[in-house]
Design a protein around this ligand. Structure first.
Ligand SMILES: [Zn+2]
Length: 329
């Protein structure tokens, strides 16, 4: 079955999940976490990543909400992740960073700090770079314990080796959530930050999936959503869906799950359209899982079974790829 068909298939009402639950933009402002933080005074300032072609529309909205803003003089190419400096031509679909705050000076301050962090990446690990990192975290309202966790990971020898071995295919969005997940026994789904797209209640790396400080912020976002829309429950439910995590842009979700003798049985699987469009590999993986009815996670990959007969193996690209994730709370 092809992935497009799978997406349609997932409308089937296991767990009451429908396809549109994964397209927050259809019923929410796509930047609801940032607006929640700013409007509820959790954040002193926020960074919005906006397509250059949508910039004037976004600035209009920001001004109407009585916030100040400043715009980066660099941009991200969303497809390659490459940073385009001010000397290069910034194309309309590149993402610029917009710094928003009720305090005009903080917009300017955040712009300067962010420029330093984004364009001087080779300084990472040096003391002044971490000062910048913590200062940005403070402005954006991130818990100090969570920022300290990021610093701790980067100073680990183990990560240095991974970074060298896997440069290119391992990013922060993949490594940090997995490391946190493996360390925790208690996992609160309100802190599920595994998807780079998709619904979330927080958008920072957490020191633990039971971090009280992070949880307080997630609850604030949830309350904001409750005030703005009657659909907040959908996000809550979607954060509990079990998944196989390959990277923050390559995730397979499961419905009708049951664990029998370590083997995970499922009645259906699906992914987000945005992920499928970006990855041929994900299409193949979905195709394999759709043929099967259960899987077993092994060191080197996932064994896929149909009626207890092994039909395929999905190999891991590295040890942080293809990990089964299930938030219980
Ligand atoms: Zn924390």
């Amino acid at each position: 079955m092809n992935p497009e068909k799978l997406l349609v298939k997932m409308k089937s009402n296991h767990l009451g999940i429908e396809k549109h639950h994964f397209h927050t933009d259809s019923y929410l402002d796509p930047h609801y976490i940032e607006w929640a933080g700013l409007e509820k005074n959790i954040k002193k300032a926020a960074i919005f990543y906006i397509k250059k072609s949508d910039l004037s529309c976004f600035i209009d909205k920001t001004t109407k909400k009585n916030f100040f803003f400043d715009v980066s003089d660099f941009a991200f190419d969303d497809k390659t992740g490459k940073i385009m400096g001010s000397q290069e031509k910034i194309l309309p679909d590149c993402l610029v960073s917009v710094y928003v705050s009720k305090d005009k000076d903080l917009c300017v301050k955040l712009k300067l700090l962010d420029r330093k962090q984004q364009l001087e990446k080779d300084l990472f690990g040096e003391i002044d770079k971490w000062d910048v990192f913590f200062e940005i975290g403070d402005l954006l309202g991130y818990p100090k314990c969570c920022s300290e966790f990021v610093q701790k990971v980067y100073s680990k020898k183990e990560f240095e080796e991974d970074a060298r071995l896997l440069s290119g295919c391992l990013d922060d969005e993949t490594l940090l959530p997995i490391l946190t997940f493996k360390e925790n026994t208690k996992k609160n789904s309100m802190l599920n930050n595994f998807s780079s797209l998709g619904p979330k209640l927080i958008n920072f790396f957490v020191c633990g999936y039971n971090c009280k400080n992070a949880l307080k912020l997630a609850e604030e976002t949830y309350d904001y959503l409750k005030e703005k829309t009657g659909d907040s429950r959908k996000i809550f439910d979607s954060l509990k869906i079990p998944m196989i995590f390959f990277s923050s842009r390559k995730i397979v979700y499961f419905v009708g799950l049951e664990v029998i003798k370590e083997k995970i049985h499922y009645s259906g699987c699906f992914s987000r359209k945005e992920f499928i469009d970006q990855s041929e590999d994900l299409k193949k993986i979905l195709g394999i899982l759709d043929q099967g009815d259960s899987f077993l996670e092994k060191e080197d990959g996932l064994d896929v079974f149909k009626n207890d007969v092994k039909i395929a193996k999905i190999k891991k690209h590295h040890r942080y790829s293809g990990i089964y994730i299930d938030f219980v709370q």
